[in-house]
Design a protein around this ligand. Structure first.
Ligand code: HGY
Ligand code: MN
Ligand code: MN
Length: 413
């Protein structure tokens, strides 16, 4: 069949997504496949099986990244890569990440059944621990592969139970031999749900982000003084949770203070000893600041740190701050972004240029090779929740755009 007439098999894509959604399925209709958990392993094993069924050359590197390679006519040329992630948030959605991996798999299946030969080799990838929820930071394995993050730093990151990322990779049998080290790559496409409301609001099917915001992550630790809540007067308390509460409100106020175009969130908190009749003496919380302007985000953090210091002094709750992780804004390759828009048009889909507020492995791939993303609508703009949803028609549309962007790019000499 003539290449431009090729289309993915939407039913098969849906079946793969539904099979993956059964791994780590949660009662509320979402999934929980935390990075390097048993559920993540199950999904990885299934993904590897599917790659082997397509006779792709499967490799797993020391960060557990899974690659499937499809030969081209000229295998000395740098490949075109496509992929995303299989891990999810706690009580996450059935589309975040996995749609990009299953969409790429569907492209590989479509190329195989139509015996399509491309000039360049094509690689599919599942990046380990994109979410950064169990082991911070996010996008850690694409970050190591891109040469930005250090492998042993990543191995040493622990979850709340003190388990190390490197040991968990070992435990699930995905700490591969090959170095997690970039190779020359011609281009990378990542297919993903939008995770926001723009496409739905504007009634568009395909989103073409011009890039991804910067993501800055911090960890704040407060130490107060525990005591019995009854006899201890309010005056002179060193209540770590009250101090944290004031700091959390200060984070919330940052975007308005910086005149917007930024988001700032405290999403995670641990409070100790967390007993209703003990004044809390230890609190840990996280800060997530994102903006298209890196300096804007850094300025916001400087303001926050000053506020935190004042609040900690007032409450007598000394603080420790880890500046855990920063990834710079990722302005994508304009030619590839244009290609996403043109391809959508050729296929008869409406499209919208936009920006990605969500982080993706494409943030790091953008530091390795020309990169672009393909978005499809999130119903109600919801994501990182069990009700995360995208229509099967939109899933198919995005995969068709991915198919033809890959075909065009893999033919480039
Ligand atoms: O944080 C993010 O935006 C992504 O889900 N890791
Ligand atoms: Mn994702
Ligand atoms: Mn996510």
């Amino acid at each position: 069949m003539e290449a431009t007439k090729l289309r993915v098999n939407g039913k098969r894509l849906r079946a793969s997504l539904e099979e993956m959604a059964r791994i780590g399925a949660t009662p509320g209709g979402g999934v929980q496949r935390l990075a390097l958990s048993d559920e993540d392993k199950k999904a990885r094993d299934l993904f590897v099986k599917w790659l082997q069924e397509l006779s792709l050359e499967v490799s797993i590197d020391e960060m557990g990244n899974i690659f499937g390679r499809r030969q081209g006519r000229n295998n000395s040329l740098p490949p075109v890569m496509m992929g995303s992630h299989v891990d999810s948030q706690p009580r996450g959605g059935r589309f975040d990440g996995i749609l990009g991996v299953m969409g790429a798999l569907e492209v590989m299946r479509t190329l195989a059944e139509n015996k399509v030969q491309t000039e360049r080799p094509i690689l599919i990838v599942d990046w380990t621990n994109e979410e950064g929820s169990r082991f911070a930071p996010a996008m850690v394995a694409s970050g190591v592969w891109a040469g930005v993050l250090d492998r042993d730093y990543a191995y040493g990151r622990t979850d709340l139970n003190g388990r190390k990322q490197g040991e968990e990779l070992e435990r699930i049998g995905y700490r591969g031999q090959g170095p997690a080290k970039k190779w020359p790559t011609h281009a990378y496409y990542e297919y993903h749900i939008e995770q926001g409301p723009m496409l739905e609001r504007q009634g568009k099917t395909i989103g073409a982000p011009k890039g991804i915001l910067c993501l800055h992550w911090y960890d704040v630790y407060l130490t107060g003084e525990a005591n019995q809540v009854g006899p201890t007067p309010m005056e002179g308390r060193h209540d770590a949770l009250v101090a944290a509460a004031e700091m959390i409100l200060a984070v919330r106020a940052l975007p308005a203070r910086l005149k917007g175009n930024m988001v700032a969130t405290v999403g995670e908190i641990q409070n100790y000893p967390n007993s209703r009749n003990i004044i809390p003496d230890r609190v840990h919380f996280t800060v997530d600041i994102r903006s298209w302007d890196n300096d804007h985000a850094l300025k916001a953090w400087d303001l926050a740190k000053k506020d935190f210091q004042d609040i900690a002094t007032r409450h007598g709750t000394p603080l420790k701050i880890d500046e855990t992780w920063r990834v710079v804004p990722a302005p994508f390759n304009q030619k590839l972004v244009q290609r996403v828009l043109e391809t959508a048009k050729e296929l008869g889909y409406s499209s919208l240029p936009m920006v990605s507020g969500a982080g993706h492995d494409a943030s790091y791939m953008n530091q390795v090779c020309p990169t672009a993303m393909i978005f499809v609508p999130s119903i109600g703009g919801r994501s990182h929740v069990e009700v995360e949803n995208t229509t099967w028609e939109d899933c198919e549309a995005g995969a068709n755009v991915l198919l033809h962007c890959i075909l065009k790019t893999a033919e480039e000499k």
